[in-house]
Write a protein that binds this ligand. Structure first.
Ligand code: ADP
Length: 522
């Protein structure tokens, strides 16, 4: 019908606004590399390129019993991790909600004493014998032996200025926390003081950023022994940490105030904070929906890459695109003869109570449902619109239009995600070196596996990823790979060398591994 043709055409037009083609991808990669270099030279740049004081990644043979805690937002997680030394581990964990009054306590001591208490409870429950024995000795004036001490990795997801592997000054609280007295203090020391007050056999050995945890977790568990290059998160936010040559981290080498770190590996893991890549929009795409999303956000002009890529924002981009169309009376979405009396009422009236009219009203998981529903008629998509978004009696054509726009937003996010991956692979020169048994020709009838199995292990560039978006958005990795093949210097041959694997438990096993490597230096 005329209506369905008009609808399809308009949906295509909006989808096309989210195109991020090969030329644009290549320009962005060049800009990312430029910003990487700039961030390594000096402080206060667009890409923060924060030295993490972690100087090596694990290879899967690490052994021992470690602890990790994670203060992220709502919950505090405590776990112990037994590394078996054969790329496997066992993890025991407990989780407790942070009482609201402690999030805004008068003194830091109140919060950190509570955290230490949780560590004590955990030890009593899961390592009772060990805890009892060390406590007794301590109380009778003895000392805890070095090999009885648990090294602990502390994942602390607030902005800190790291000045050592287990030293970091809190810059400011976020996510509803507000304890003025803690700002400017070393959060590791605050925790250690309360642990010591309880005589626990625990040393806060490392302050951990979640991307570094992801990198470490992947490097320990990944099938190869080459070491992982990059750990990346595509969840609520997006960020990545990678292995850089220490002599390129000029700002650290020249910093008089830098703390101690192990220089023997010649490497330093750098936390890029790539959510703020290209805040000045030299190369990022910028649709009217991006502009509106940013203008109405709590931090306009900041985290511009993240606002086009991560789970927190993609649903909102789709919402803004749909609302823009629904407000246009000439646009036929949700207005056909099946959709009730849409010809006589305005859509706004009919779906008045739908969350689609409110900021953040569409969750990014809806984009996954759209992309995953290839069924004729898109029943799943229509059911979700009905059940979760109060938009009922949607026609198959409407569903197709929504799917087209949602797909374009998801695809753009994945193609943007290829930018930092490619830039880091290129900047660290990982594609140079022996090509080994790598071949560019495909075996007849066999599609080469992701990070091809026929490559020599030392040619593979391993990347660990985590987050709901990369885990659950259908074909997110395929879209990344398509873009990687289009990038100068990577191409088909380079793309095949890149192995992308999910790395779970960055704040558990990853933090434990950082505590382990930290223990080697301390
Ligand atoms: P976090 O990054 O906070 O540790 P997650 O990795 O689970 O947690 O990411 C949560 C984000 O992922 C939210 O923004 C949410 O909207 C989005 N999300 C949740 N489920 C899905 C899904 N199935 N597909 C795509 N995005 C999802």
């Amino acid at each position: 019908t005329e209506r369905s043709m008009a609808l399809a055409e308009q949906a295509k037009r909006v989808a096309a606004e989210f195109e991020f083609g090969p030329e644009a991808v290549n320009k962005a990669v060049k800009e990312f590399i430029r910003e990487m270099h700039e961030g390594l030279q000096k402080y206060g740049t667009e890409l923060s390129q924060i030295p993490t004081y972690v100087t090596a990644v694990p290879n899967g043979t690490e052994k021992g019993l470690y602890m990790a805690v994670d203060l992220g937002g709502t919950n505090f997680r405590v776990c112990s991790i037994q590394l078996h030394g054969n790329t496997t581990f066992s993890l025991t964990q407990s989780k407790v909600k942070i009482p609201n009054e402690l999030m805004v306590a008068k003194t830091a001591k109140e919060l950190f004493a509570f955290l230490a208490k949780q560590i004590e409870n955990f030890l009593k429950t899961h390592h009772g014998e060990h805890y009892g024995a060390t406590l007794k000795r301590r109380q009778t004036g003895g000392n805890i032996k070095e090999d009885e001490i648990f090294n602990l990795g502390f994942t602390f997801s607030f902005p800190v200025q790291q000045i050592g592997i287990n030293k970091g000054l809190l810059m400011r609280w976020t996510k509803g926390f507000d304890i003025a007295d803690a700002v400017g203090k070393d959060v590791c020391a605050l925790l250690q003081a309360e642990i010591d007050a309880l005589h626990l056999p625990v040393r806060v050995a490392a302050l951990v950023n979640d991307t570094v945890g992801t990198l470490m977790a992947r490097s320990y568990t990944s099938p190869g022994k080459t070491g992982t290059l990059l750990g990346a998160i595509f969840g609520t936010g997006t960020n990545g940490a990678y292995v850089e040559k220490l002599d390129k981290v000029k700002k650290l080498l020249q910093n008089q105030d830098a703390g101690e770190y192990d220089k023997s590996t010649g490497d330093m893991i750098v936390n890029t904070e790539w959510g703020s890549f290209d805040n000045s929009l030299r190369t990022l795409p910028n649709t009217p929906y991006d502009i509106e999303l940013d203008a109405k956000s709590v931090n306009p002009g900041i985290q511009m890459f993240e606002k086009r890529v991560s789970g927190m924002f993609l649903g909102e981009l789709l919402r803004l695109a749909l609302v823009g169309l629904l407000k246009d009376p000439s646009f036929p979405l949700f207005r056909d003869e099946n959709s009730a009396q849409n010809d006589v009422h305005s859509t706004t009236q009919i779906y008045e109570s739908s969350p689609i009219w409110e900021q953040w009203g569409i969750d990014t998981s809806f984009l996954s449902i759209c992309a995953g529903d290839n069924s004729p008629g898109h029943r799943m998509l229509r059911q979700t619109l009905d059940k979760d978004y109060g938009i009922s009696a949607v026609s198959a054509e409407d569903a197709e239009a929504v799917r087209e726009i949602a797909g374009a937003i998801g695809r753009r996010a994945a193609r943007l995600s290829a930018v930092p991956i490619a830039a880091i692979v290129l900047e660290t020169d990982r594609l140079k070196g022996p090509t080994g048994t790598a071949t560019t020709e495909k075996k007849e009838g066999i599609e080469p596996a992701r990070g091809s199995a026929d490559l020599a292990e030392e040619d593979i560039i391993d990347i660990g990823v985590d987050g709901s978006l990369v885990e659950f958005y259908p074909n997110f990795e395929d879209h990344i790979r398509q873009a990687l093949r289009e990038i100068e210097g990577i191409g088909e041959e380079g793309e095949r060398k890149i192995r992308i694997g999910i790395a779970k438990d960055g704040s558990g096993v990853g933090a434990a591994l950082i505590a382990l490597v930290a223990g080697r230096v301390v």
